[in-house]
Design a protein around this ligand. Structure first.
Ligand code: FES
Length: 317
């Protein structure tokens, strides 16, 4: 498969309640493709699912990728499949690393805010900031101490500005005051947040007045329902085919039904894998991958979740 590589599962470790880490090495030994802090890889699971997971290890490591998977109670099947079936010694197909949540390495100060499994991309960022000798601070909220992954390891990093952990069950009526954290951040700080949807919504509200290039958000899940209203056609300019998108189907569903090998991974509008150039027509954007400005240009569309506001979309496919 183009853009994929085969890896061997070398080690599986318990990191916290319902969270395991998986160490993946090149199947044939040697080095893996390089990555930068904040990157993710897609696992192509044997059951046909494709799921994205952040790399948690140090970007200077070329001999392995390490991901952490939360066995999510609301899992659509991906994390449950990984926990229940992936074993040490197994060969897996994965994508090359991609980074939609890049670290600004020159920032004077970085404020990292994590909720639960959202710690994963931030952990690789912390490793990078420590290696660069930059000033950073972490605010890490989790349900309980036992459910918080990587606590011991985080404790080994020295942060000039502070490393704050916060557990729902130890808060005694206090709230995790994200707005106060953002207010206290220096004006020139770069702010990063990864966690559950309510945390991301609070973060986006709290940072609305800050310059967009200093505010960084990583979504794991869709914020909006996919566009399945249908009732439009998609013309594929390169293959010269026209596909009708019926009600109840996404564009991606319709393409796959028609036997078209479209690229996709998360199917939730967060990973960017299915981004497709729009040549004509007006998409109904439902993704979290493109910025509002990018969506407004209508130059591309995430076909896994977005629909059309025009009767036809012409795509560069
Ligand atoms: S498949 Fe991830 S954004 Fe569409």
């Amino acid at each position: 498969m183009a853009g994929t590589q085969q890896v061997l599962v070398k080690r599986i470790s318990y990191e916290a309640e319902r969270i395991n880490s998986y160490e993946l090495v090149a199947r044939t030994g040697g080095e893996l493709a390089p990555f930068t802090a904040g990157s993710h890889i897609d696992l192509h699971l044997p059951n046909g699912m494709v799921r994205s997971y952040s790399l948690v290890n140090d970007q200077r490591e070329r001999h392995r990728y390490v991901i952490a998977v939360n066995r999510d109670a609301e899992s659509r099947g991906g994390s449950r499949f990984v926990h229940d079936t992936v074993k040490v010694g197994e060969i897996m197909t994965i994508s090359l690393p991609r980074n939609n949540f890049a670290l600004c390495e020159q920032a004077e100060h970085s404020v990292l805010i994590a909720g639960g499994i959202g710690i994963t991309p931030l952990l690789s960022m912390i490793r990078r900031l420590v290696a660069l000798g930059r000033c950073w601070e972490l605010f890490y909220a989790a349900r309980t101490r036992a459910a918080a992954a990587f606590l011991d390891e985080l404790g080994t990093f020295r942060s000039d500005a502070g490393l704050h952990v916060d557990f729902d069950d130890e808060r005694a009526g206090r709230v995790f005051d994200l707005a106060a954290i953002v207010r206290a951040a220096p004006a020139r700080a770069h702010l990063y947040c990864c966690g559950p949807l309510p945390m991301l919504a609070a973060f986006e509200a709290a940072t609305a007045d800050r310059p967009a290039d200093r505010v960084h958000v990583e979504y794991f899940k869709a914020r909006e329902a996919p566009a399945t209203e249908g009732g439009f056609v998609v013309r594929l300019a390169r293959s010269n085919r026209t596909i009708t998108v019926e009600p109840g189907r996404t564009i991606l569903d319709a393409l796959l039904d028609a036997g078209i090998a479209a690229n996709y991974a998360c199917t939730e509008g967060v990973c960017g894998t299915c981004e497709t150039r729009v040549l004509e027509g007006k998409p109904d954007h439902r993704d979290q991958f493109l910025s509002e400005e990018e969506q407004a240009t209508n130059r591309s569309v995430m076909i896994c979740c977005s629909g059309a506001k025009s009767r036809m979309l012409v795509l560069d496919l």
